[in-house]
Design a protein around this ligand. Structure first.
Ligand code: PBG
Length: 323
């Protein structure tokens, strides 16, 4: 008889065999930025997550840095009044995100700053690309995404992360950045599924589509291999430096298969707003131990093969488990 229980005798023994580890460097912490001063407003659907103005974001970063988290990803939240059909505020040379990157880099030059590149937060219709009638037009969106990425790169972003799910977006951005001679890398949201789990984010970023849904560009989760095909094209043909699977927990199979196929390409998994809200709310309702549930979910994502995890829980995780 094989005595597996010898691996589990006591905490010390269990720790010895626990070969899946998470540290602060594995985390990418998301920030929502708004215009204004001294603002730090909690997002009702995501307890413990805030919208910051640039000044309060800078103050919060000192804590993030102290915890050893050295990567962040930025999302802009702009007033409806500045949104238009073409998402002009997304790629303006002095956009909210451009000013945020510059302010951060002036204080924390070594912090790895990533930015989300997508039009949905900036268009008055809340879709990720330009509309032609009621359809999102892939090819006319590409130059706008490339311009947005270029402005972020020029301001000092270390990574731009295209999340619009337009075909050719990585290539268009890569070309624009290389023409300009900018060193910014591309984290491709390659396998991004049309998911109910983005609900709380859309409330946080005020980016819900004003009609229809995102199923004509985000992936159908009823497909077995499309996620890997999307990753293959981004990595092998279009020039993505890092890749992503999103959401994380319901897609561990995709993370595992993709990292087995591309062991050298850094894999990011995004534990999205709905995953966070679900775990938080169940924890707060006393249905389970929140700290343990987050630990288990994040270790599972890492065990599947993710090198990095974007999670709203990053700071709390480090405070509770590492610091
Ligand atoms: C698009 C974008 C979304 C998220 C990240 N980037 C929303 C969407 O595609 O609907 C969702 C992230 C989350 O739910 O935490 N700019």
């Amino acid at each position: 008889m094989k005595r597996f229980r010898e691996y589990r005798t006591n905490q010390e023994v269990r720790d010895h065999y626990a070969d899946v580890k998470l540290s602060a460097e594995n985390f990418i912490y998301p920030y929502f930025v708004v215009e204004g001063n001294s603002l730090k407003e909690e997002i009702t659907t995501m307890p413990g997550v805030y919208r910051f103005s640039i000044d309060t974001l800078l103050a919060d970063l000192s804590e993030t840095k102290l915890l050893g988290i050295n990567k962040i990803i930025l999302f802009g939240v702009v007033d409806n009044a500045v949104k238009d059909e073409k998402g002009t505020a997304a790629y303006a040379p002095d956009s909210l995100i451009v000013r945020t990157i510059k302010a951060i880099k002036a204080v924390y030059p070594k912090l790895i700053v990533m930015t989300d590149v997508c039009l949905c937060e900036y268009t008055d219709h809340g879709h990720c690309g330009l509309l032609y009638g009621h359809e999102v037009d892939n090819d006319s969106t590409l130059s706008l995404l490339a311009e947005m990425a270029y402005q972020h790169a020029l301001a000092g972003a270390d990574f731009v992360a295209p999340s619009a799910m337009m075909d050719g977006q990585v290539e268009a951005i890569k070309y624009r950045l290389s023409l300009a001679g900018l060193p910014t890398k591309i984290l491709a949201y390659s396998a991004k599924y049309a998911s109910a789990f983005y609900g709380p984010f859309r409330e946080a970023a005020q980016s819900a589509p004003s009609f229809g849904d995102r199923k004509s560009y985000q992936m159908d989760f009823r497909t077995k291999n499309q996620g890997l095909e999307e990753i293959a094209v981004d990595v092998e043909e279009e020039g993505a430096d890092w890749t992503m699977v999103k959401p994380a927990m319901p897609y561990l199979d995709i993370i595992a298969r993709a990292t087995a196929k591309y062991p050298k390409v850094p894999m990011v998994a995004y534990q999205v707003s709905g995953e966070y809200a679900m775990l938080k709310n169940a924890g707060q309702a006393g249905l389970f131990n929140e700290k343990q549930a987050f630990f288990e979910s994040l270790i599972a994502i890492r065990r599947a093969g993710a090198n990095y995890i974007i999670t709203y829980y990053a700071k709390e995780f480090v405070k509770l488990w590492i610091a």
